[in-house]
Structures are given as structure tokens and as C-alpha cells.
Write a protein that binds this ligand. Structure first.
Ligand SMILES: Nc1ncnc2c1ncn2[C@@H]1O[C@H](COP(=O)(O)OP(=O)(O)OP(=O)(O)O)[C@@H](O)[C@H]1O
Ligand SMILES: [Mg+2]
Length: 230
């Protein structure tokens, strides 16, 4: 469903990704792993059309999307939960959620099934997003992305900086979105245990390149030691 072929990505003249070849099938769950600064967020930004320049091919359901603007990619079915969550702090929870609906091809507003996943958001609809805890903001960011009615959801370190007791809830929701709702997931993570529990596939990055990829069962301790341990 989502395919990157020979992708390079640039910040100005500086190449941050080199020769990326990745494929995520419909309903799959790909975890992108790697140390700080290897290019994980850059990979997400490349898929969304947020880089200065990207070369190579980017296909969604077989169609070339590399010439689409970011908003057109959203309407085509790619949603994003950015690193750091990207909540608008002065906007209410409701207003933040509405931003997600604007990105949908045929929005049905604050869809009940999404609101049911996150009861706390229903309760806090009229509070400013900035007043929510980190974990609640992460739930808001995920709900906002879901309201865009994605086929594929990109999540960049969704458990980073979140209280341990909430991390489990966030992990559970992400896993359910994939397994029960059939949403294809591309997850950036440093938490290997979560990646192993949730994923079908993995890719390991090092210095802007994919150095290993495969079925999640092939993600050995040796690979993790070599490419993730500090
Ligand atoms: N706006 C930018 N302009 C120039 N270079 C950048 C920019 N953002 C990131 N880079 C560089 O691109 C490389 C990849 O950064 P990126 O943010 O994609 O890494 P990451 O794997 O997401 O790291 P982290 O785990 O810390 O989030 C790094 O060398 C970084 O310094
Ligand atoms: Mg990052």
C-alpha cells in the first residue's frame, strides 16, 4: 500500500536520507527503529511531503503521490502523529480535533468510535489543549489523526516522555487500531519491546540508510545491540 523506492531526502543541500527502499502492505505494522539522529523523523516528513526535496518514488496503493502537496496526501489517506505531539495549546480539545476532520476526504465530524477510544477527550472537549497532561495530549494527537480517516497512520515516538502508567494505554490503542480497525501503521520507536509486541515488520536506520529490515521475528538481539544500544 505504501512504498518508498530509492528515496533520498534533503534539508537544503544536506542529504539526510539515502537510498531508502521500504514497503508496507495494507494492514501491516512497520516499526522504524534507530538511535537519535539517524533520520526516523526525516523519513516521516518525507512521506508527508514536508522536506525541502525528496527524490525517488513514493507510492500509495500503486499511485505516485510524490507530486502531491501535504494536504493532498492527507486526503489520500496518510495521517501523522508528530514527535512531540503537535497539539495547539491555546485551541480547545474540540478545536484540535476539528483540525483532523478538515484533513479527511469526507469527514463525519467527531466520529463516535474515535471519541469512545478516548473518553478523557470527551470529558475535556472545552479545555485548552495545553492544559492536558502529556499522555492526554498524545491521545488527542492520535484522535486528531484518526478523524482524518487514514488508511495509513504515521506515529513518531508516541510514548516518548509519557508517564509509564499511560504508556501502556497508548500502546494498547495503537495496537488495536491496527488489529481491530485495520489501519496500516508506520511507527517510529526507541522502545524495542513495544515494537516487538505490536509490529509485523521492522526497519532499522543508521545514518540515513536502512541497514536491516524484515519480519519482526527476524529482529534479533544482536541487531538491536549493533544498531540501537548506545
Ligand atoms: N530542520 C533540519 N535542518 C537540517 N538538518 C536537520 C533538520 N532536522 C534534522 N536534521 C538532521 O537530519 C538528521 C536526521 O534527523 P531526524 O530528526 O530525522 O532524526 P531522528 O532519527 O528522528 O532522531 P530522534 O530519535 O532524536 O528523534 C540529523 O543529522 C539531524 O541533525
Ligand atoms: Mg525524531
Amino acid at each position: 500500500m505504501l512504498e518508498l523506492a530509492d528515496v533520498d531526502a534533503f534539508y537544503g543541500n544536506s542529504r539526510a536520507l539515502q537510498n531508502i527502499n521500504l514497503r508496507v502492505g495494507a494492514g501491516e505494522f512497520l516499526s522504524v527503529l534507530g538511535r537519535n539522529g539517524v533520520g526516523k523523523t526525516t523519513l516521516m516528513r518525507s512521506i508527508l511531503g514536508l522536506m525541502d526535496r525528496v527524490t525517488g518514488r513514493l507510492l500509495l496503493d500503486g499511485a505516485d503521490i510524490s507530486f502531491l502537496r501535504t494536504d493532498q496526501r492527507a486526503k489520500a489517506g496518510i495521517a501523522y502523529v508528530p514527535q512531540g505531539r503537535g497539539i495547539l495549546p491555546r485551541f480547545t480539545v474540540r478545536e484540535n480535533l476539528m483540525l483532523g476532520t478538515f484533513a479527511a476526504r469526507a469527514s463525519k465530524g467527531l466520529e463516535e468510535w474515535v471519541m469512545e477510544l478516548f473518553p478523557i477527550l470527551k470529558e475535556f472537549l472545552h479545555r485548552p489543549g495545553g492544559n492536558l497532561s502529556g499522555g492526554q495530549q498524545q491521545q488527542l494527537a492520535i484522535a486528531r489523526a484518526l478523524l482524518a480517516q487514514p488508511k495509513v497512520m504515521l506515529l513518531d515516538e508516541p510514548t516518548e516522555g509519557i508517564q509509564p502508567n499511560i504508556v501502556e494505554q497508548i500502546e494498547e490503542v495503537i495496537t488495536r487500531l491496527n488489529r481491530e480497525h485495520g489501519i496500516t501503521v508506520v511507527l517510529v520507536e526507541q522502545n524495542v519491546a513495544f515494537a516487538r509486541r505490536s509490529s509485523t515488520r521492522f526497519a532499522l536506520l543508521e545514518k540515513g540508510r536502512v541497514v536491516a529490515k524484515g519480519d519482526i521475528a527476524e529482529l534479533s538481539d544482536e541487531l538491536i545491540h549493533r544498531h540501537m544500544a548506545v
